[in-house]
Design a binder for this molecule. Structure first.
Ligand SMILES: NC(=O)c1ccc[n+]([C@@H]2O[C@H](COP(=O)([O-])OP(=O)(O)OC[C@H]3O[C@@H](n4cnc5c(N)ncnc54)[C@H](O)[C@@H]3O)[C@@H](O)[C@H]2O)c1
Length: 294
């Protein structure tokens, strides 16, 4: 069997963001190996032999518009992976980077996606419990312009307070809401997201600092380990543990898969769900998640 043919990326135009580091960099290396023509975008320089490397700040509409002009007319697969951790005062920036730019890029590039193309996002276990803000997220998703969305964020400080969490919840709501909508389904464009657990990447230090109430990296690392690893005596994932499955999901191997939020967390969130169900719904799933490893 020809494995490159099975993936179906050979000679195809693939656009990927966040490719300078971490999960997306791992995915980009594999896509190159599989023969894709890779158009890679990041705020930082990209050191891989891609077809075209573009440097842009994807929190800015003008930068995105400029990048879009430089992408091919036909796109076979789109991987939206860029993301940042949250620090106080950066609530709106996190919404723009971790969700809104991804929606904006998706919708700006949709007309260039080929029939049966794929769009795959990196969300997070941090978006667990997205169902609880679904209606608010859909209100945001249904706004037509970047400017209307920024205005909406300004009017909803209570939602963007849970900065990283809300952005990822919006992304997961987007996949769920849009997978069967006309603009995707008419061309049979598949959309899915992976939801990674704790992974060692370029973001690890920022996650450690932002998790600690005092910004202490060691304390944050211990808190993250307590939430994500202690219950199964586990270990953090490598970038490849996320980047490679993401490539598979965006490939022809998964040609009948759409609308899925795929947790890659060694079962952690299934365990949270199990605990919530067994506790007769007396506690919310988020509460269980935060308490599960205390
Ligand atoms: N590392 C984890 O434990 C973890 C867990 C769950 C989800 N995630 C998500 O995984 C995705 C990939 O992150 P990673 O962990 O590989 O981290 P990373 O920092 O190694 O990679 C993220 C990339 O996004 C780029 N980026 C950030 N802001 C940008 C902007 N404004 N414009 C363009 N590029 C920008 C960065 O330069 C970087 O190359 C993110 O969406 C993150 O939220 C990470």
């Amino acid at each position: 069997m020809d494995l490159k043919k099975l993936f179906g990326f050979e000679g195809k135009n693939v656009v990927i963001t966040g490719a300078a580091s971490g999960m997306s960099r791992a995915a980009t290396k594999l896509l190159i190996e599989l023969g894709a023509k890779v158009y890679a975008i990041d705020i930082n320089p990209i050191d891989l032999p891609v077809t075209k490397a573009l440097q842009a700040d994807l929190s800015k509409k003008e930068d995105i518009d400029h990048v879009i002009e430089q992408l091919p007319d036909q796109i076979d697969a789109l991987f939206l992976c860029h993301g940042i951790a949250y620090f106080p005062g950066k609530e709106l920036l996190v919404q723009k980077v971790n969700f809104y730019s991804q929606k904006y890029m998706t919708e700006s590039l949709l007309s260039r996606m080929v029939e049966q193309g794929s769009i795959t996002y990196i969300s997070s276990v941090g978006g667990f419990g997205w169902q609880q803000v679904y209606k608010q997220a859909i209100e945001l998703i249904n706004l037509k312009t970047w400017e209307e969305a920024m205005d909406w964020y300004e009017r909803h400080p209570e939602l963007i307070q849970s900065a990283y969490v809300f952005a990822k919840q919006c992304l997961e709501s987007y996949v769920t809401y849009k997978c069967m909508s006309k603009e995707f389904v008419d061309k049979k464009i598949r959309i899915n997201a992976i939801n990674p657990g704790d992974t060692i990447t370029g973001l690890t230090e920022d996650f450690n600092k932002s998790t600690s109430p005092t910004g202490d990296s060691k304390e944050g690392e211990a808190m993250i380990s307590n939430i994500f690893l202690k219950s199964w005596n586990g270990y953090p994932a490598r970038a490849e543990d996320m980047g490679y499955p993401m490539v598979v999901i965006g490939s022809k191997i998964c040609s009948y898969m759409s609308g899925q939020l795929i947790y890659i967390d060694y079962g952690l969130t299934s365990n949270w769900t199990s605990q919530a169900l067994l506790q007769e719904n007396t506690k919310s799933i988020e509460k269980i998640a935060s308490e599960s490893n205390e």
